[in-house]
Ligand binder design. Sequence first.
Ligand code: GLN
Length: 241
Amino acid sequence: MCRHLAYLGPALPLARLLFDAPHSLERQSYAPQDMRAGGTVNVDGYGVGWFPGPVRYRRAGTLWSDANLRQLAATESTAFLAAVRSATVGMPVADAACAPFTDGTWLFSHNGRVDGWPHTVAGLAKTLDVTDLLTMDAPTDSALLWAVLSRRLETGKNPDQVLVELVREVADAAPKSRLNFLLTNGKVLVGTTWTHALWVLVQGQSVTLASEPLDDDPGWREIPDRHVVTAAPSTVEVRPL
Ligand code: GLN
């Protein structure tokens, strides 16, 4: 499955986590260490979104061969979210299928798959307007989840509550799904674990969430499975889902 990460804190070049860290996102694209039988490498696409903005850049293909991204990654940001993609079997490989997804306020990533796609979530899709369905980024599970989630975030409900409800709903409809989400608006990070790993590192005023630790800092803590983590620079709250 995919690998993703999100950062919140003092301004940092994107490159620090994307390319420079010993187990950077680039390295996790070709040598991930904890895929849990969900694929072997993450070479179908990649993307990064950062604040202020959010500005979002995403492409199909391999992260390491994009010279433009290397230049862009010099950008310093106080909040960003990035992902590398291993396309689920049967799903298209295209720029628009890559995370992060955005509505101009939020950035979202899904690491996993909806079991029994698309039949198991046809009911969920029916809750959307036809226009939303016709303008979905891509015909993929992640893009559908984002279309549903972004509408719900517009209601102003707590982001962690909206995320938890979506996990429960999809897990009820398709119990073998893998539902590991990351979501940020540049002020708060929310993540869920549902089958795949997620780690958190707090360092001074910064917080990083990542599928796999980016270095050997002893401060990395694993979020237990089936939990939700809500993080701001000075607080990290972890609750069972
Ligand atoms: N199912 C999603 C996709 O195909 C996410 C894939 C993943 O986590 N590997 O894009």
